[in-house]
Design a protein around this ligand. Structure first.
Ligand code: PHE
Length: 366
C-alpha cells in the first residue's frame, strides 16, 4: 500500500516560486509515483489501494495537487503548474493502463493454470479388436467367388428334413442320413433340425430363381460329433452352385483351379478324387498341391504333397426334379467347403477349440 503520509510530506515540503521549481517539484512527484507503481503492481488488492491513493477524487494525490498547488498558485505560475499537472495526469493514465493490462493478463494466466486438466495421468486403455480368423477367411473366399460372378445368399440354420435331405436326393432310409449325425430340434427323427450342411440353400435358391444360377452360401452348420482337436459340433461352410444351359465338367474343373490358385497361390495344382454325395454325380474330393512344400511332402500335408480342399461334383439330375428345372436342358456343378478347415490349413492352426475360445493372444496373430 502506498505511503500517503510520505506523499503529503513531499507535497508540503515543495514550495514553488519559479517555473523551474514547479517543473522540478512535479518531476519529484512523478518519480515517487513511478517507484510506488512498481512496488504495488504484483497484487490486485494492493494495486487498487494504490490507485485510490493517487487518483481518488476526494483525497487522492492528484486532487491534493490541484487544491494545494494549482488553485493557490500566483497568476505567473498558474500556467506552468497547470501544464505540469496535465502532463502528470497523462503519465499516470498511461502507466495505469499498462499495469492494469499486465495485471489482468497475469490473473487470466493464473486462472488458466488453476483450471488446467492434468493430462499426464495414464488414461483408460481401450484395446481395439481384430477380425476373427473365420470372418477373414469368409471374406477372402467370398471375394474370390464374387470376382467370377457368384453372388452371396444366406439361409436358415433351422431346416426341415425336406430341404436338408429329401430334395437333395437323400431319402428317409438313405445311409447318408446316418453319416451326418443330426441335431433334431424336438428330438424326433423326421422333425425340424439344425442344418448339417449349407446344401439346402441349393434347393431353396432353385425353387425361387430361374436359371442361370450362380451363388455362394456362407453359414453355420451343425453335426453331433464328439468335440476334439479337429471336430466341433458347429462349423462354417460355403456352398457353391452354378446351373445353366451349357455348364460342363470343364467349367467345374476350371472354377476349382481358379479357386485353388487364388486361395493358395498361383503355382497351386489340383486333382479330383472320386467321391460320393447323393446330390452330385459324378462326385469328387478336390485336392490341391500343398501350399507349404509345393507338393514334395512335408508335415502339413503328412508327406503326401496334397491337401484336401472340399467336396464337389456335377449336380445330380435327380435334384432338378425337386425344383422343376429341366434336366434335359440344364447342367451345373456344386461344392461345399469347410471354412474352419481351410482357415486352419492355410494359417497353420492345429486345434479347432482355438477358433472358439476367443483368446485375444490367439486372435491378434491374424
Ligand atoms: N454338403 C456336402 C457336405 O457337407 C458338401 C458338398 C456340397 C458336396 C456340394 C458336393 C456338393 O459334406
Amino acid at each position: 500500500m502506498t505511503d500517503n503520509h510520505n506523499v503529503d510530506q513531499t507535497l508540503a515540503a515543495l514550495g514553488a516560486t519559479t517555473a523551474e521549481q514547479v517543473v522540478s517539484n512535479f518531476a519529484q512527484v512523478r518519480a515517487r509515483f513511478d517507484a510506488e507503481a512498481g512496488a504495488n503492481s504484483s497484487d490486485v488488492a494492493q494495486w487498487n489501494a494504490f490507485l485510490v491513493a493517487w487518483t481518488g477524487r476526494k483525497s487522492g494525490v492528484l486532487t491534493k495537487i490541484t487544491d494545494n498547488w494549482l488553485k493557490p498558485a500566483t497568476p505567473e505560475l498558474k500556467r506552468a503548474v497547470g501544464q505540469e499537472l496535465n502532463q502528470l495526469k497523462a503519465h499516470i493514465d498511461g502507466v495505469v493502463k499498462e499495469k492494469q493490462a499486465a495485471i489482468e493478463a497475469a490473473a487470466e494466466q493464473a486462472a488458466a493454470a488453476r483450471d488446467q486438466i492434468d493430462l499426464s495421468l495414464p488414461g483408460i486403455e481401450h484395446t481395439i479388436g481384430s477380425r476373427h480368423l473365420i470372418r477373414q477367411t469368409y471374406d477372402e473366399l467370398l471375394r474370390i467367388f464374387g470376382a467370377i460372378g457368384f453372388s452371396v445368399v444366406e439361409g436358415p440354420e433351422i431346416e426341415t428334413p425336406y430341404y436338408n435331405f429329401e430334395a437333395l436326393n437323400i431319402p428317409e432310409h438313405h445311409p447318408a442320413r446316418d453319416n451326418m449325425d443330426t441335431f433334431y430340434i424336438e428330438g424326433a427323427r423326421n422333425g425340424d433340425l439344425l442344418r448339417t450342411h449349407t446344401s439346402p440353400m441349393q434347393i431353396r435358391t432353385m425353387e425361387k430363381e430361374k436359371p442361370p444360377v450362380r451363388i455362394v452360401v456362407p453359414g453355420k452348420v451343425y453335426r453331433r460329433d464328439n468335440p476334439d482337436a479337429t471336430h466341433g459340433y458347429m462349423f462354417h461352410q460355403i456352398e457353391g452352385l452354378a446351373v445353366d444351359t451349357d455348364i460342363t465338367f470343364c467349367d467345374f474343373k476350371g472354377t476349382v483351379d481358379y479357386f485353388a490358385r487364388a486361395f493358395l497361390g498361383p503355382k497351386t495344382k489340383t486333382r479330383l478324387r472320386p467321391s460320393y454325395f447323393p446330390f452330385t454325380e459324378p462326385s469328387a474330393e478336390v485336392d490341391a498341391t500343398c501350399h507349404v512344400c509345393g507338393g514334395s511332402g512335408c508335415r502339413v500335408c503328412k508327406q503326401t504333397g496334397w491337401i484336401e480342399l472340399f467336396g464337389a461334383g456335377m449336380v445330380n439330375p435327380a435334384v432338378y426334379g425337386f425344383v422343376n428345372y429341366d434336366p434335359e436342358r440344364l447342367s451345373g456343378f456344386a461344392f461345399g467347403m469347410g471354412v474352419d478347415r481351410l482357415a486352419m490349413m492355410k494359417y497353420g492352426v492345429t486345434e479347432v477349440p482355438l477358433l472358439f475360445q476367443n483368446d485375444v493372444r490367439f486372435l491378434r496373430q491374424f
